[in-house]
Design a protein around this ligand. Structure first.
Ligand SMILES: Nc1ncnc2c1ncn2[C@@H]1O[C@H](COP(=O)(O)OP(=O)(O)O)[C@@H](O)[C@H]1O
Ligand SMILES: [Mg+2]
Length: 383
């Protein structure tokens, strides 16, 4: 399986650390736990081998100042992302350079051995059949959609994007709404100006990309009028973005023609729903239009525990029962969210207890996206 490493930098721009997210099934395979995260880390012949346990004797062998062998005790880190933990393996930096891993070529191959995991730098001189594998590693396009305003499409898009980016994924946010509320929710009252954006890119020129957070970029939309040229060229641009990003999330508005192109190009759709009759019916329509298999999640937002809302909640839950569509815990209507958006903070930048449930619901969706990616890559590996 191929994986990208994520780098962290010091303030002066020097590399400070390099990490690899270790998927749960690998950690379980090694029988490493949060209580006993110790591993034996061995580097030799451009390969890293990790296994549970410790070595009595740590050892470094050098030749011409270069590390050729290293055995040391090490840990798989359980890192906090908001309230949640993710498992990461930290790479000693001298080993990185020995393996020839650079910021441009940061893909490694992970294999399971006999109670061991073996990590190697991915070969860049790929054979043609390996190229095929590469196309499977392209980023995924997800549209956040429902035929109603004010439901939380922009909110969900941003928070989900922020979650994935915190886990080291490269995320691009796009929108079909020229109000570009993503900017308001990311920066609060600090006004961000731009001249060009998506239209410029689709026309084949360089538009502006706004960095919202680390690994989280946004391309704004200049206006809400689209020519036929734009609609024709949009799919091509999206395909190009797949090569640069792990996830492309599209914050949509329903009234635009551009929306159906976005949906066509998407691998999955996420539907935020407010529990009123109109929105629930709208959501059921989106599921019918897009097809059940294209819908990744239905997430209730701005929920309050009231009779009618509960009735509609049950109705929508029943209508997706038996499908693969995930249905996270409803996100409650809370003033903390309004306050965070007003201040331009993401939910992951808040420690408020009230936000925990919200984080959990977004995490459920994000983890599902990551899990899909895993099985996709696993399949390639077996191939
Ligand atoms: N769970 C929530 N609780 C309270 N306010 C919310 C919640 N979700 C969204 N909002 C507020 O609702 C408004 C609309 O949300 P937004 O994400 O812009 O919806 P959409 O993109 O579907 O039009 C925003 O002002 C936001 O602050
Ligand atoms: Mg919006």
């Amino acid at each position: 399986m191929e994986k990208k490493l994520s780098f962290a930098y010091q303030k002066d721009g020097r590399l400070s650390s390099c990490k690899l997210i270790v998927q749960k099934d690998y950690v379980e395979f090694l029988e490493v736990t949060k209580e006993e995260p110790e591993i034996k880390f061995t580097y030799s012949e451009k390969k890293i081998t990790i296994e549970k346990g410790t070595t009595e004797k740590e050892n470094t062998e050098k030749e011409n100042g270069k590390i050729i062998k290293l055995i040391k005790n090490h840990k798989i880190l359980y890192e906090k992302v908001g309230k949640y933990f993710s498992t990461k393996l930290s790479f000693p930096l001298p080993i990185l350079s020995e393996m020839g891993i650079t910021e441009e070529e940061k893909t490694v191959t992970i294999k399971k051995g006999k109670k061991q995991i073996i990590i190697e730098k991915s070969k860049s001189d790929k054979l043609s059949f390996v190229k095929k594998e590469e196309t499977h590693m392209e980023g995924k396009i997800i549209t956040i959609k429902v035929n109603k305003g004010g439901v939380g499409k922009t909110f969900v898009s941003l928070q989900l994007g922020a979650y994935l980016s915190l886990l080291g994924k490269k995320v691009l946010l796009l929108t079909s709404d020229s109000q570009n509320n993503i900017l308001d929710y990311s920066f609060g009252r600090k006004k961000i100006t731009f001249d060009t954006g998506l239209k410029e890119f689709v026309a084949g020129r360089e538009g502006e990309i706004i960095k919202l957070r680390e690994n989280l970029n946004f391309i704004p939309l200049e206006s809400s009028t689209f020519g036929s040229q734009f609609l024709m060229k949009l799919p091509n641009f999206l395909e190009k973005m797949r090569l640069e990003y792990d996830f492309i999330l599209i914050d949509s508005i329903p009234t635009m023609k551009i929306d159906s192109t976005f949906v066509k190009c998407s691998d999955k759709i996420i539907i935020p729903v407010f529990c009123d009759e109109v929105t629930v019916n709208g959501a059921i329509n989106v599921i019918k239009e897009a097809g059940v298999s294209k819908v990744l999640a239905v997430v209730i937002n701005k929920y309050s525990n009231k009779k009618i809302q509960n009735l509609l909640l049950k109705q929508i839950k029943d209508s997706i029962e038996g499908t693969d569509i995930i249905f996270p815990e409803p996100i409650k209507s809370i003033s903390d969210i309004e306050e965070l958006l007003y201040k331009g903070k993401t939910i992951w930048e808040s420690n408020s207890k009230n936000i925990e449930g919200v984080k959990n619901s977004i995490k459920v969706i994000g983890d599902k996206l990551l899990e899909k990616e895993e099985t996709k890559n696993e399949f390639n590996f077996d191939f």
